[in-house]
Design a protein around this ligand. Structure first.
Ligand code: GLN
Length: 291
């Protein structure tokens, strides 16, 4: 390890070596972390790789590299992750937004677009976490009002910050809620990325650092869906078309679809794959009685 603050090139080399065992992308991680520390783009870093870091920058960089060696997600280290084209503040209080969850937003926006343009819509995101789903929907669908519910007050503090950042406070309402208990009105669309993993089967870095409340799907991974689906049937408006869109684990399509069919008997239920070809979303389309 360099003793005096090294040059950018030396710091990157040091970090790449340390990160090789912990990360599949040591070079990228090193560049992202150093670029965060010096508040300069990665391109600029490479263009000035013979410049020396200050002592404070070098210390801050070494601290971040050590946290990454301990498998902490890059998003927590730099406090940010992009989702559906928008930047979100994140830290260990919330799950890091995942690219595969963008499918849920895409299907929700497609359903919203399929509804008559004059119909105002109310949406609920159960287990909103960072607020990324609720905020992406409100941002891209100006006719929607969106409730973001979470059992974790700590997660809601993060979501609050993201709602403010995107200036959506008038249309996104965050509520501390056990299930849908705090929801004050019926909704047209329910979306959720509930906890569905088997904790002892997931990536070590995810298990070590991300909130288990957002990940732990119980003994068979389906606990959240068993609670959520019957509760959703009570709060989704059934007189007009409605929808329930749920993220699922790749192996859960049949089970969650069967649960959904048993609860929404008249609905059309589909399992949709993500870009990697893994089943990722269960879509429940409720026709409504046209009242
Ligand atoms: N997709 C996440 C993971 O596998 C899990 C998200 C969840 O449980 N909702 O790490």
């Amino acid at each position: 390890m360099p003793i005096h603050p090294p040059t950018i090139a030396e710091a990157l080399r040091y970090a790449q070596t340390r990160l090789a065992a912990a990360s599949p992308t040591p070079q990228l991680d090193a560049a992202v972390l150093l670029s965060y520390v010096v508040a300069r783009s990665r391109a600029l870093l490479l263009a000035h790789s013979d410049r020396s870091l200050s002592a404070a920058q070098w210390q801050a960089f070494m601290d971040l590299v050590a946290r990454r060696v301990n498998l902490e997600p890059i998003a927590y280290l730099v406090g940010e992750r992009e989702f559906y084209g928008l930047p979100f503040f994140v830290d260990a209080r919330v799950l890091v937004p995942r690219p595969e969850t963008e499918l849920l937003v895409e299907r929700a926006l497609a359903w919203i677009t399929s509804q008559p343009a004059e119909r105002p819509l109310v949406v609920v995101d159960l287990g909103t976490g960072s607020g990324c789903i609720a905020i992406a929907l409100a941002y891209h669908a100006p006719r929607c009002r969106v409730y973001g519910l979470d059992l974790s007050p700590a997660a809601l503090a993060v979501a609050e910050r993201n709602v403010a950042r995107h200036q959506l406070g008038e249309r996104v309402t965050l509520l501390h809620s056990d299930g849908f208990a705090a929801l004050p009105e019926a909704v047209d669309l329910v979306v959720s990325n509930p906890p569905y993993t088997l904790l002892d089967e997931i990536d070590e870095g995810v298990r070590r650092h991300e909130p288990h409340l957002a990940l732990d799907g119980g003994p068979d991974g389906l606990a959240a869906y068993r609670e959520l689906l019957p509760a959703a049937a009570k709060i989704v408006c059934q007189t007009q078309p409605g929808a329930v869109l749920l993220e699922i684990g790749a192996w859960q399509g049949e089970d969650v679809a069967a649960l959904a069919r048993s609860i929404f008997a008249a609905a059309s239920v589909a399992v949709l794959p993500d870009l990697a070809g893994h089943d990722r979303v269960v879509e429940v389309l409720i026709g409504g009685r046209g009242a």
